[in-house]
Design a protein around this ligand. Structure first.
Ligand SMILES: O=C([C@H](O)CO)[C@H](O)[C@H](O)COP(=O)(O)O
Length: 429
C-alpha cells in the first residue's frame, strides 16, 4: 500500500504536534519532522514525535550535505526511522550515512531536490546502496510551476529503489503519483495549511488508494494565466503583499466603492494637474479584464467622474485606480463600478491632452508597467509585476492557506500569540 507522509514544515513545535495528530487521524502513515521544524526545534522534536507516535514511521528531514555519519547518528538516537541526505552531497557523505544508518538501524532517503540530472544521480546512489529515493521539487521551485510527476514517471520505469515523491502534491497529483509508481507520497502544504487537517489527510489517503482505473479522468490542465487569475480572485491584497515581502502596496489610494474587489491587467496613463483627456481616451482602448491605472499628480483637481465611470461600465472594464482625485461621488457610488482613488473633490480639470497611455508610471508610489497585474480590495491596491505574477499568485495562495489554518486554531481557543509561539520568535537583534 502506498504510504502517506505528512511533512511538518512549520517552525512552532506545539503546532507541529497538533497538526501531526490531526493528520494521523486522517490516515498519514509517516510523520516527517520537516527541515524548518528541525532547524527550529532540533532533535527534541524527533524525540517528542517518537513518544507520541510509537507505531508510526518518523522521518527526519535533515537534508544532510556533509558529515553524514554524525547527522544520521543524531537523528537515529533521537528516534527517527528514516533520515534524508541530499543527492547533491558527495558520494563519500552518502557512503558514510549508509554505514551510520546500518549501525543505528535506520534507513536513508536520498533527496533529489534541485539536482540538475535527477535520473542519472538516482542510478548512481542506487549503486552506492541507497534503497529509498525522493523525487522532490522544493517549495520555492514549485511556485514557478514545476512539478515532480514527469521525473517520477521516468524514474519509476528505471529503478528498483522505493520511491518517494514530494512537491506541492494535492489529492489530484497524489493520485497521479500513486499511479506513476510512487511508494511514499509526501504532502506538506496541502495538509498542514488546511483548515481541516484530518479531512485533507483523508482526501490524500482516498486519492492514492483509488486504483488508476476507478480514478476520474484528470481535469484539463488550466493555463498559468487562468490559474493565476483564479488565485488572485480568491486571496486578499494583504496576502499578496505578504507574499511580496511587504512590497507592491500603493500608498494613499483606497476604494471609493467598498466591497468591490478588482483583479486585472494595467492599462497605464500618465496625465497632469486634472487633465482628463488621456484617462478617458484610455477607457476606449480598454475592455473586460483591464484596469485603467492613472497617475495624475494632483489630489485637489478631479480627473475622473460620473461620465467617465459610465463609459467604463459600458466597456466592461474591471476597474480604475487613480493617483489623484475623483468627483461625482454619488454617481460613482450608484454605479457600483470599482473606483480606487486618493481623494474626492467637486472641481474638475480640463481635457488638454497632455500625457501618455501605456508607459511606465508611478502610481501610489509604486512602479506600474502596462500589463502588470493589479489587485484591489477594501485594504487597498497592490501591483504585481507581470514577469513574477504566477510565482506571486502561488506564494500568496500559500499565505492565504496558512492564515485559514491559523483562523481555525484561534477559533478553537488559541490566541494569535500562543498559536505562533510569538514570545520565542520576537526579534532578538
Ligand atoms: O521537504 C520539503 C521542503 O523542502 C521544505 O522542507 C517539504 O516537506 C516537501 O516539499 C513537502 O511539502 P509540500 O511541497 O508543501 O507538499
Amino acid at each position: 500500500m502506498v504510504q502517506i507522509q505528512v511533512a511538518l514544515d512549520v517552525v512552532e513545535p506545539d503546532r507541529a504536534v497538533r497538526i501531526a495528530e490531526e493528520a494521523a487521524a486522517g490516515g498519514a502513515d509517516w510523520i516527517e519532522a520537516g527541515t524548518p521544524l528541525i532547524k527550529s526545534a532540533g532533535m527534541d522534536i524527533i524525540r517528542r514525535l517518537r513518544k507520541i507516535f510509537p507505531d508510526k514511521i518518523i522521518l527526519a528531514d535533515m537534508k544532510t550535505m556533509d558529515v553524514g555519519a554524525a547527522e544520521v547518528e543524531m537523528a537515529a538516537k533521537s528516534g527517527a526511522d528514516v533520515v534524508t541526505i541530499l543527492a547533491a552531497a558527495d558520494d563519500a557523505v552518502i557512503r558514510q550515512s549508509l554505514l551510520s544508518a546500518k549501525k543505528y538501524g535506520v534507513r536513508i532517503m536520498v533527496d533529489l531536490i534541485s539536482f540538475p540530472d535527477p535520473l542519472a544521480r538516482a542510478k548512481e546512489v542506487e549503486v552506492l546502496g541507497v534503497d529509498l529515493i525522493n523525487v522532490h521539487v522544493g517549495i520555492d521551485a514549485q511556485m514557478t510551476g514545476v512539478s515532480p510527476i514527469e521525473t517520477l514517471k521516468k524514474l519509476a520505469a528505471e529503478t528498483d529503489m522505493e520511491i518517494a515523491v514530494a512537491g506541492g502534491l494535492t489529492p489530484e497529483t497524489a493520485g497521479e503519483a500513486a499511479d506513476a509508481g510512487a511508494d511514499i507520497v509526501i504532502v506538506g502544504s496541502y495538509i498542514i495549511n488546511s483548515d481541516n487537517v484530518t479531512q485533507s489527510a483523508a482526501d490524500i489517503r482516498k486519492a492514492v488508494d483509488l486504483s488508476a482505473k476507478s480514478r476520474a479522468p484528470a481535469a484539463e490542465k488550466k493555463s498559468k494565466e487562468t490559474e493565476m487569475i483564479e488565485i488572485f480572485k480568491k486571496v486578499s491584497t494583504s496576502n499578496i503583499s505578504d507574499a511580496m515581502h511587504r512590497k507592491g502596496a500603493m500608498q494613499g489610494i483606497s476604494s471609493k466603492n467598498p466591497g468591490k474587489k478588482i483583479v486585472g491587467r494595467a492599462v497605464t496613463v500618465r496625465s497632469f494637474g486634472g487633465d482628463w483627456a488621456k484617462p478617458v481616451e484610455a477607457i476606449d482602448i480598454s475592455g473586460p479584464g483591464d484596469i485603467v491605472v492613472i497617475y495624475n499628480g494632483d489630489r485637489d483637481i478631479a480627473m475622473w467622474g460620473g461620465l467617465a465611470t459610465l463609459t467604463a461600465v459600458n466597456r466592461k472594464l474591471e476597474g480604475v485606480v487613480i493617483d489623484g482625485a475623483v468627483r461625482d461621488f454619488d454617481e460613482v457610488q450608484k454605479s457600483d463600478f470599482p473606483v480606487f482613488a486618493s481623494n474626492v473633490v467637486p472641481n474638475a480639470g480640463d481635457p488638454k491632452g497632455l500625457g501618455e497611455i501605456n508607459v511606465e508610471i508611478i502610481c501610489g508610489n509604486q512602479t506600474v508597467n502596462p500589463g502588470d497585474y493589479i489587485i484591489g480590495d477594501d485594504s487597498g491596491v497592490v501591483v504585481v509585476p507581470k514577469e513574477r505574477a504566477y510565482e506571486i499568485a502561488r506564494r500568496s495562495e500559500e499565505v492565504w492557506k496558512r492564515e485559514k489554518r491559523l483562523f481555525e486554531e484561534i477559533k478553537n481557543g488559541k490566541t494569535l500569540a500562543s498559536a505562533l509561539e510569538l514570545l520565542k520568535w520576537e526579534n532578538k537583534k
